[in-house]
Design a binder for this molecule. Structure first.
Ligand code: PLP
Length: 438
């Protein structure tokens, strides 16, 4: 082994020793705490990042390309275009559909259907491209787009659907793709909460024209920050590669075509479109290469935790409603949402304050109804029918952790705290039942 190899081995061993010692995210009964998220990355990913930095090849290159292929294979698509966040993946997908390189591209004023229960950067790229978001209500059972309201929302100006697989629960893609076919609509899947989710045995992200994923810290796997768009359409992938990096042709598969077309321009700097800089780094990709093979096992734990919660809290069905897994779908539980039913004798604030006082973190379900946030009010948009269910999710919903590191001790602790909060209400109910039989 040369000196370099010896040093790298020492670094690797030290990182492993550090992580073995300090990276324990299991539940500690002495100091009970349940964070909404814990790191999915460990010594393999940290060493891969450090080794990449030491190599000095850190800006987008071979590792990004390799990870794109690995991710496209996982999603059973042809191409992956990695970027620096899920929001950037969403931006690239919209920018590409609204780009003159795309046949019959989206034009200013065209309408795009989006769920009201979505994320800010599901919607903002539409506004940034002078498209008109049309907000559609969610179904109160699976939290995804209400399929009846979706069809009702279609107007002669509608050109696309940008859906979200909410909290990792896949949309009914049979229904959505047949609607898209009927009305000749583009489909972008925002899969940022749904990595590893399947519908009818097919990975989410592989149904629409493009599927976008996030590798932010809190997601199913992480590259720190990071995102990827997948597609099986070569032209869309190629335009995304061009728009991702300044609008130059350098990373396009067909770069040589442009070199021949513009012999008078330096081949390194041929700007063939109007682009951004949304590139990831080799460090992100190196981490992703180690993360992806772990994804399915990480998801298994999320599903086990969700199954535990559903069983445990079934006794409170009079008070809570839970998200229903889509038939034919594999839900990957980005978190575990609760909705307080009508006439529940306590508020979201009361229950979340109690839970949080016991060091169990909570949060809103995504950010509720995006139509109720101030930003959208400044820009043209349309609200189709009512958004009653998205309002319910916003006003009466909250979520707790359902991540890969929740172990049986954490599950039981959470169950015990919720039982403690529910005790007076459950007692009241028992009393009433007894009175009925008296
Ligand atoms: C539905 C949805 N879309 C997009 C994003 C943005 O991803 P990122 O944080 O990587 O930009 C998120 C973030 O959680 C999300 O939930």
């Amino acid at each position: 082994m040369d000196k370099k190899q010896v040093l790298l081995q020492k670094i690797q061993e030290n990182i492993k020793e550090y992580c073995d010692h300090y990276f324990d995210f299991s539940f500690n009964p002495e100091n009970p705490k349940v964070h909404l998220h814990e790191p999915t990355t460990g010594s393999d990913e940290i060493y891969a990042a450090v080794e990449t930095m030491l190599s000095t090849y850190t800006t987008m290159g071979k590792k990004v390309r390799a990870f794109e292929k690995q991710y496209a294979d996982y999603t059973k698509t042809q191409y992956g275009v990695m970027s620096n966040s899920g929001s950037s993946a969403n931006l690239l997908a919209v920018a590409t559909l609204a780009n003159p390189f795309t046949p019959d591209y989206l034009k200013p004023g065209d309408e795009v259907l989006v769920p009201a229960l979505s994320w800010s950067t599901t919607i903002w790229p539409l506004i940034q491209h002078q498209l008109v978001p049309v907000l559609v209500d969610c179904d109160i059972n699976d939290f995804n787009l209400d399929l009846n309201k979706l069809e009702e929302a279609i107007s002669p100006k509608t050109r696309a659907i940008k859906l979200v697989h909410v909290y990792g629960n896949p949309c009914n893609m049979d229904a959505i793709m047949s609607l898209a076919k009927k009305y000749n609509l583009f489909v972008i899947e925002d899969c940022c909460e749904a990595m590893g989710s399947f519908y009818d045995g097919k990975p989410v992200g592989s149904f629409g024209d493009m599927g976008n994923f996030s590798f932010f810290f809190s997601h199913h796997i992480s590259t720190l920050e990071g995102g990827i768009s997948v597609t099986s359409n070569f032209d869309l992938a190629e335009t995304m590669r061009i728009l991702r990096a300044h609008g130059w042709s350098r990373e396009a598969d067909e770069h040589q075509k442009y070199v021949k077309m513009y012999p008078e321009i330096d081949p390194r700097f041929i700007f063939i479109n109007v682009g951004y800089n949304l590139r990831p780094t080799e460090v992100n990709a190196a981490m992703g290469q180690h993360q992806l093979p772990k994804l399915d096992a990480l998801i298994d734990n999320r599903r086990e935790t969700a199954a535990f919660y559903l069983k445990q809290f079934a006794k409170y069905e009079e008070f809570f409603q839970f998200q229903r897994e889509t038939p034919k779908g594999k839900h990957v539980w980005f978190g575990f949402p609760f909705i307080l039913k009508d006439n529940t004798p306590f508020t979201v604030k009361e229950i979340t304050t109690f839970i949080q006082a016991h060091h169990i973190e909570t949060r809103p379900i995504i950010a509720g109804n995006m139509a109720r946030h101030p930003a959208l009010k400044m820009y043209p948009h349309r609200i189709s029918s009512n958004l009653n269910n998205a309002d319910i999710v916003m006003k009466k919903g909250f979520a707790i952790a359902c991540h890969h590191a929740i172990d049986q001790n954490a599950r039981e602790y959470i169950a015990s705290i919720i039982d403690k909060f529910m005790q007076p209400y459950a007692t009241q109910r028992n009393k009433k039942t007894k009175e009925c039989y008296a």
